[in-house]
Ligand binder design. Structure first.
Ligand SMILES: [Zn+2]
Length: 217
């Protein structure tokens, strides 16, 4: 089913010309790009969706609403033992032995820096895979997307209105030679992309939430 981006009425397939990329809305008379409409139609109605595991909707300040997603990532099962062994051995071998002997070895310490950074990075990914959360907060035309652990993480802001387009599309990023789907928020001149590493079901749910909140604006 295709909906007119202008007035939200249903568009009959008889009024669609795919090769000319035109879809005429009988309700308001607007002609739309069929390609753009098809992208739009990927996002389901929020109320029609069942909340997948790990999600929670919370009221926020005033009229705002937050969608929280917290779920242990299966990579933790592999990554935590790996980090413990790899990080443990390299940190012990390079720095632990120096501390034990009470002798500082500059060459060895410098040599160990990449291992130190690697261990810190891997540990952060482990923490995120275990306790990480994604938080989408929307209210009064302003939204934030946060991903991180506790208060530490990455926060991005966006503005939205009724005409803001939300979609789940393939990104330029590939994993195992297959393109990865992410969420796109397009409004005005800005484009926000997020959701790398999330399963399709989670992406669809988040996109539907954002679309639903934006429509209330
Ligand atoms: Zn219309």
């Amino acid at each position: 089913m295709y909906k007119c981006p202008g007035c939200d009425s249903e568009i009959n397939l008889d009024d669609v010309n795919v090769s000319a990329d035109i879809a005429l809305c009988r309700a308001c008379g607007q002609t739309n790009s069929f390609a753009e409409m098809s992208e739009e139609s990927q996002v389901a109605d929020f109320k029609d969706l069942q909340m997948p595991k790990g999600f929670r909707v919370e009221p926020d300040f005033g009229d705002g609403k937050s969608l929280v997603y917290k779920k242990m990532s299966p990579i933790a099962l592999f990554l935590i033992p790996f980090t413990a062994v790899w990080g443990g051995f390299s940190m012990w071998g390079i720095y632990g032995t120096q501390i034990m002997k009470g002798e500082f070895n500059l060459t060895m310490s410098l040599f160990g820096l990449p291992f130190l950074f690697g261990t810190i990075l891997l540990s952060s990914i482990c923490l995120f895979s275990l306790f990480g959360k994604r938080l989408i907060t929307m209210g009064n035309g302003r939204g934030t997307i946060f991903s991180g652990v506790g208060p530490i993480g990455w926060k991005r802001r966006f503005l939205y209105q009724k005409s803001t387009k939300v979609s789940v599309e393939y990104s330029a990023v590939r994993q195992n030679n297959r393109p990865v789907k992410i969420i796109y928020i397009r409004g005005g001149s800005k484009e926000l992309k997020f959701g790398w590493g999330l399963k399709n079901e989670a992406l669809e749910y988040i996109a539907a939430f954002i679309k639903n909140e934006a429509n209330k604006n």
